[in-house]
Design a binder for this molecule. Structure first.
Ligand code: C2E
Ligand code: CA
Ligand code: CA
Ligand code: CA
Length: 277
């Protein structure tokens, strides 16, 4: 399975989860890819449920090895996390997404808030706050235009250390979102303790919302709780008009999903969703 330079996408996903040497090779390739600028960021729009207005975008990384198929993050983020490569990669994504936001603002667009994913490994290192401050200083962005997404499970894993880190991130002025909400084992007490700005209801609860009463009940409960706590609430993975209609009835604030758009390259995102004021 090792035809140099002719690796298909299957090469990364299937073979590399099996053998240690193959994982090592992927690690080497990922390091080189970072040096060679082979990563790209795609942007998925975030819309207001009530009227479909654009509220922002989520930055999602992809790997584009030259002459090969684009590799989705699920095929390399886990290994980037295991090897620590996620730290420089995550920093690159944050810089790239913020630079893109600045460029769109400079062009007279209203792109809204830019959401960037933070991995558990980045959270573990306290210097993520320094990185953030440096990116904000370099781009001149207002911190409130940046939202950092942290999964519920990674937050729980960090315990007391997370409390301190999130306090520092809040102090830097960024917005904080809990990603994949509902999938981690956690106490809800952290919602107030951490001064969270937004909950993102995981796609697994949204996908059957129109057919499964339990999923609808969970979504309704999360929306009600978020509203009571004055935390914004966003649905992920909205694919069907019926799902969007239910979210509207529940009073869910915002959504993202293939119903509106898949994540797009920057130019395609701008062409479709941005216009000069
Ligand atoms: P996530 O943060 O939960 O991102 C949302 C994922 O759901 C994206 O997959 C997006 O394309 C997909 N999605 C959005 N709407 C729909 C829909 O209507 N239907 C379906 N089936 N899927 C939808 P993607 O881009 O493949 O990313 C997968 C995961 O990889 C992300 O999940 C996130 O955990 C991770 N990831 C992506 N970019 C980064 C990054 O820059 N840093 C870190 N640490 N993780 C990242
Ligand atoms: Ca996310
Ligand atoms: Ca998510
Ligand atoms: Ca997810």
């Amino acid at each position: 399975a090792k035809a140099k330079g002719r690796n298909t996408y299957g090469f990364y996903t299937e073979d590399l989860t099996r053998s240690a040497s193959a994982r090592l090779e992927l690690e080497t390739r990922l390091r080189r890819a970072l040096d060679n600028g082979e990563f790209v960021v795609h942007y998925q729009p975030v819309l207001r449920v009530a009227d479909g207005a654009l509220l922002g975008a989520e930055a999602l990384v992809r790997w584009q090895p030259p002459g090969e198929e684009m590799v989705p993050p699920g095929a390399f983020i886990p290994i980037a996390e295991e090897t620590g490569l996620i730290v420089p990669l995550g920093e690159w994504v944050l810089r790239e997404a913020c630079a893109q936001l600045r460029d769109w603002l400079a062009a007279g667009y209203r792109p809204g808030v830019m959401a960037v994913n933070l991995s558990v490994e980045q959270i573990r290192r306290q210097d993520v706050v320094c990185t953030l401050r440096s990116v904000l200083a370099d781009t001149g962005l207002d911190a409130a235009q940046v939202e950092l997404e942290i999964t519920e499970s990674s937050l729980m894993e960090q315990g007391g250390q997370a409390t301190e880190l999130l306090r520092d991130l809040k102090a830097a002025g960024v917005r904080l979102a809990i990603d994949d909400f509902g999938t981690g084992y956690s106490s809800l007490s952290y919602l107030k303790r951490f001064a969270i700005d937004k909950l993102k209801i995981d796609r697994s609860f949204i996908q059957d919302i129109a057919d499964d009463r339990n999923d609808l009940a969970i979504a309704a409960a999360v929306v009600a709780m978020a509203r009571a706590l004055e935390i914004a609430v966003q649905a992920e993975g909205v694919e069907q008009p019926a799902q969007l209609e239910l979210l509207r009835e529940l009073g869910c604030g915002s959504y993202q999903g293939f119903l509106c758009s898949r994540p797009l390259p920057a130019a395609a995102f701008a062409a479709r969703f941005l216009s000069a004021r």
